[in-house]
Write a protein that binds this ligand. Structure first.
Ligand code: GDD
Ligand code: MG
Length: 357
């Protein structure tokens, strides 16, 4: 069976003011009624005829009750909730999950799932996971899932295929993994045509990812192992040891392992994927009308084009007139009004507000 490992410790500042430090985007209903985390947890039940094991959810202390509340709302058994005393990015989180699973089953296949992605076609996703599991078992490879790029995005990792995708969705050996390139490099990789985006979803056997950490990020091993071995049960959560965790470096799995490992395979995935990284991505997925007007909450739009308008403040009415290419998000305590072209820069607003104190 496949053991899902759900990551939900990130912060998502480009979706301010809906995504907050205390309530980040994965816990907010951005598109549809469910939150991204709930949709992810439902997906991680796996296919009906071959269900996945109960998930391991990794989050930090601040979000632990949000996690259990949101799982209860959709009727999902929380499985194991591992609490990181502080966020240390994804490498330590994945390593902690691997060490936790290793105690019972070193051959277990882990499916690492970021909690903030939109994946509309679960059936296609499960087929890709099955293909990945085959390669992870047969070749001991670390498997990534690759998305056909449509712009020179600098916020993603890039996967260079050794051959161009043949459209069959079969796994292929990976040439090179490039995490978050600069714009020039991203443009070259897009033009080159042999690169896919890294979806951030990974699949591997416990013993293979542990060997990869040992080879490429050996300094993480001792403190993360200590944090797992000295973890304490706490109100149904498993809390990693804070003193050991304090010694753990802050680094993503992409930089710590994936850019360095040689035994990588990619399963091309073309059935729809978005990490909802910005308000423009939310607009695209919010069923805009033929004028490009996407709304949520109490909103009246008059003569607007290509806009995202959200009123998140109970029954507070948001009225927009004659707007072109704009984002307006109204919360009870904060309102964002921005050009759609600035969607990627909203984190600057958060930085500016922090500086103001
Ligand atoms: N438990 C835990 N602890 N989860 C975390 C932490 C942490 O310290 N930091 C981040 N996460 C979660 C986030 O909530 C998200 O679900 C996932 O891990 C990925 O982290 P991000 O911070 O969103 O990564 P990214 O978007 O910058 O980059 C990754 O995803 C891209 C695709 O969305 C990389 O894998 C890129 O290569 C990839 O293209
Ligand atoms: Mg992300």
């Amino acid at each position: 069976t496949i053991h899902p490992v759900v990551l939900c410790g990130g912060s998502g500042t480009r979706l301010w003011p809906l995504s907050r430090k205390s309530y980040p985007k994965q816990f907010v209903p951005l598109v549809g009624k469910q939150t991204l985390f709930q949709a992810c947890a439902e997906r991680m039940r796996g296919p009906e005829d071959a269900p996945f094991a109960a998930p391991i959810v990794l989050t930090n202390s601040d979000f632990r009750f949000i996690v259990t509340e949101q799982l209860a709302e959709v009727g999902i058994d929380p499985g194991t909730v591992l609490i990181e005393p502080e966020g240390r990015n994804t490498a330590p989180a994945v390593l902690a999950a691997a060490l936790h699973l290793n105690a019972s089953d070193p051959d277990a296949i882990m499916l690492v799932a970021p909690s903030d992605h939109v994946i509309p076609d679960s059936k296609a996703f499960f087929a890709a996971v099955a293909e990945g599991a085959r390669v992870a078992a047969d070749q001991k490879d670390l498997v990534t899932f690759g998305i056909t790029p449509d712009r020179p995005e600098t916020g993603y990792g890039y996967l260079q295929l050794q051959a161009s995708p043949d459209g069959t969705g079969k796994a292929q050996p990976l040439g090179r993994f490039v995490e978050k390139p600069d714009l020039d490099t991203a443009k070259k990789m897009l033009a080159d045509g042999s690169y896919l985006w890294n979806s951030g979803i990974f699949l591997f056997a416990v013993r293979d990812i542990l060997a990869a950490f040992q080879a490429h990020a050996p300094d993480l091993m001792a403190p993360v192992r200590a944090a797992v071995e000295q973890a304490r049960a706490d109100l149904g959560f498993l809390r990693l040891d804070p003193a050991a965790w304090a010694e753990v470096a802050d680094i993503s799995i992409d930089y710590a392992v994936m850019e360095k490992a040689k035994n990588l395979s990619v399963v091309p995935y073309s059935a729809g994927w978005s990490d909802l990284g910005s308000w423009s991505a939310v607009q695209e997925l919010s069923n805009p009308d033929e004028e490009g007007v996407a709304t949520s909450g109490e909103v009246t739009a008059i003569d607007c084009h290509n806009v995202l308008l959200r009123s998140e403040a109970g029954n507070q009415e948001l009225v927009a007139m004659g707007l072109d290419n704009m984002i307006a998000v109204a919360m009870p305590d904060a309102v964002l009004v921005a050009s759609m072209d600035k969607a990627q820069d909203v984190k600057q607003a958060v930085t500016a507000l922090k500086a103001k104190g």
